[in-house]
Design a protein around this ligand. Structure first.
Ligand code: KG4
Ligand code: ZN
Length: 342
């Protein structure tokens, strides 16, 4: 099966083609991503209107480039998949309308993909991972713990009650003057910091369930910065970053530990799998904490390659392939949705 996947729900314009031929294994034939970071950087965050316009400006060209790289025409495709939500609605409409136009013109089925399902299934594109598995989805817009039981079958164990984890990284980094997006910069600073110098809270730690909360941590970062005033030098910044990261690691390990204790282990004695997805999965410190947790809980840890953890078209093409294989296609009047829980 040859699937074109289109992703436009946030600030990445992306198109990819996946060949889902089995048993030979799926292959990514083309995968182009255009990040709009430079357009949003002056504003310190993603501006929805700018994002939507940038998707309009670039999407057609990116799709043509992906088709070219794969050596295909639209007639060769088995389906066209696009993110239909959740996300910034202007951008979602651009991608979904484009997919509908291609599907209608080429007479191919449309697959409307939930962006979160794209993240959730990516691990199966790059690894031989069977259902069910536990998923930690950590991105700029989402922090969730789910059991992925099958295509279209997701059981949510926990979610954030306020900020997403990537948002907490980005906002804290912004307060520390580290620019946008702040996650990678904060991680770099933390490497030279002393996590013990400042005491930051660990929201939800020790509580029942697997929900997250990060706004209290963000507030504590702001209060620490305000308290320091003039004394906020480079080393103090590094120490705050290190303390922040350890606090996040403690919370994630605690919440995941609770989730793990509520799910049954496979009856056949197989080691269960923990999959991590989303942009924050790039964080080396967090990866180490997750590896430690997986080891302690006797779980297999699977983290897709970084390029596929952040937003991309291949994850949408792959989710489209999985849905198509399950007989799930969508009508051409399928609506774009700003909110769409899995
Ligand atoms: O999945 P993604 O590319 O986009 C969304 O769907 O949100 O995730 C982007 C998020 C941003 O908040 C960014 O700061 C964060 O992932 N991020 C990181 C790191 N690299 C990216 N957070 C912490 N440490 C990193 N190394
Ligand atoms: Zn995403």
């Amino acid at each position: 099966m040859l699937i074109l996947g289109i992703e436009t729900s946030c600030d990445e314009t992306a198109a990819a083609i996946v060949d889902s031929a089995r048993p030979a294994g799926a292959r990514v034939l083309a995968d182009v991503v255009l990040s709009q970071l430079d357009e949003h950087r002056p504003y310190g965050g993603v501006v929805p209107e700018i994002a939507a316009r940038a998707h309009i400006d670039h999407l057609d060209r990116l799709i043509a480039q992906a088709m070219d790289e794969a050596g295909l025409t639209f007639a060769d495709l088995d389906a066209v998949a696009a993110t239909a939500g959740p996300g910034l609605i202007g951008g979602v409409i651009v991608g979904l309308m484009t997919a509908k136009a291609i599907a209608a013109a080429a007479g191919k089925p449309l697959v409307a993909v939930n962006h979160l399902e794209g993240h959730a299934l990516t691990a199966r594109l790059t690894g031989d991972i069977a259902f069910p598995y536990l998923l930690l989805l950590v991105s700029g817009g989402h922090s969730q713990i789910l059991v992925v039981e099958g295509v279209g079958r997701y059981r949510r164990l926990g979610t954030t009650i306020d900020d997403a984890i990537g948002e907490a990284f980005d906002k804290s980094a912004k307060m520390l003057g580290l620019g946008y997006p702040g996650g990678p910069a904060l991680e770099a600073m933390a490497r030279q910091g002393d996590p013990g110098r400042y005491d930051l809270p660990r929201p939800m730690l020790g509580r029942d369930g697997a929900d997250f909360s990060f706004s209290g941590l963000k507030t504590a970062v702001r209060q620490t910065i305000e308290r320091l005033g003039e004394a906020l030098d480079e080393q103090a910044r590094r120490d705050i970053c290190a303390a922040f990261q350890v606090a996040v690691g403690d919370v994630v390990a605690d919440r995941l530990g609770n989730a793990i204790r509520t799910v049954a282990r496979p009856a056949d004695g197989r080691r269960p799998t923990l999959v991590v997805a989303g942009g924050v999965a790039a964080n080396g410190y967090l990866r180490q904490r997750l590896a430690d947790l997986a080891g302690a809980e006797d779980y297999e840890l699977a983290i897709p390659p970084q390029r596929l953890c952040t937003d991309n078209g291949a994850m949408i093409a792959w989710a489209g392939a999985e849905r198509l294989a399950a007989g799930l296609t969508d009508p051409l009047d399928y609506p774009a949705r700003a909110r769409w829980p899995l």
